[in-house]
Design a protein around this ligand. Structure first.
Ligand SMILES: Nc1ncnc2c1ncn2[C@@H]1O[C@H](COP(=O)(O)OP(=O)(O)OP(=O)(O)O)[C@@H](O)[C@H]1O
Ligand SMILES: [Mg+2]
Length: 236
């Protein structure tokens, strides 16, 4: 049993102009300790897939089970616990609270997940992402790469077993981007199930497994050609 188990998952949206099929017939299993990259062009359904796994959205069809939670059948209360204690998101646009410092933003992640000593956890995680000397900075006083590292620190501070990252390097330069990817790789190595969404084929080379989406369907699943490479061998 994987941590993430999807079977026959579809998501359709009713719009004024008809029905949009964002995902169809998706089967996917992700194990603890595995780093999976979801690769596909714009509009292929990547964010839709991540949102379903994160319970920000519900499938129109199929089964989605994560860490023993049946997401389609779960009550509101169970989903609330699931979002707090099981999944963590890193968004492309960071989504930090502008009026909270780096430490306060990260502490928020630990608080939401109900961890003891949230401030201590937040400090430790900020040191881990290389921002021990930026704890009192507000987001506006941080570079884009630093803001993304705070966003990752906030996700890590939850201690949750499933980490979902949507284009986490989308707004970053190569050097900063690879630092972020290394952090994500480290999370998988420490036992989390990590799902990274990207349209960048080079990033997929670091994955244990690549899931390619096209037009809302999985068109290929497997390890990258030649097997996963260390993050410092990526070039783009
Ligand atoms: N709420 C919605 N209502 C209607 N259509 C939607 C909705 N959300 C997504 N879609 C459509 O579903 C398809 C998949 O969208 P999705 O955001 O998952 O793509 P993506 O692979 O993340 O693309 P990008 O790389 O641009 O972020 C697109 O055609 C999109 O227009
Ligand atoms: Mg997207």
């Amino acid at each position: 049993m994987g941590v993430i188990e999807l079977a026959g998952v579809a998501r359709r949206y009713e719009t004024g102009g008809g029905v949009v099929t964002a995902l169809a017939g998706v089967d996917l299993t992700v194990d603890a300790g595995e780093l999976v990259v979801v690769l596909g062009p714009s509009g292929s359904g990547k964010t839709t897939l991540l949102n379903l796994i994160g319970a920000l959205d519900t499938p129109s069809e199929g089964r989605a089970s994560v860490a023993g939670h049946d997401l389609a059948a779960a009550s509101r209360g169970e989903l609330f616990r699931y979002r707090r204690e099981t999944v963590s998101f890193v968004f492309q646009s960071f989504n930090l609270f502008p009026g909270l410092t780096a430490l306060e933003n990260v502490r928020f992640g630990a608080d939401v997940a109900g961890r003891d000593d949230a401030v201590g956890v937040a400090r430790d995680v900020l040191v881990q992402v290389g921002l021990g000397d930026r704890v009192d900075h507000f987001p506006a006083m941080l570079s884009g790469g630093e803001q993304q590292r705070v966003a990752i620190a906030r996700a890590l501070a939850t201690g949750n077993p499933v980490l979902l990252a949507d284009e986490p390097t989308g707004e970053l330069d190569f050097h900063t981007g690879t630092q972020i990817l290394q952090l994500l790789r480290d999370q998988a190595s420490s036992g989390r199930a990590v799902l990274v969404v990207t349209h960048n084929r080079e990033i997929a080379r670091m994955a244990d497994r690549v899931v390619e989406l096209s037009g809302g369907q999985v068109v290929h699943v497997g390890p990258p050609e030649g097997g996963p490479v260390p993050v410092d061998e990526l070039r783009w």
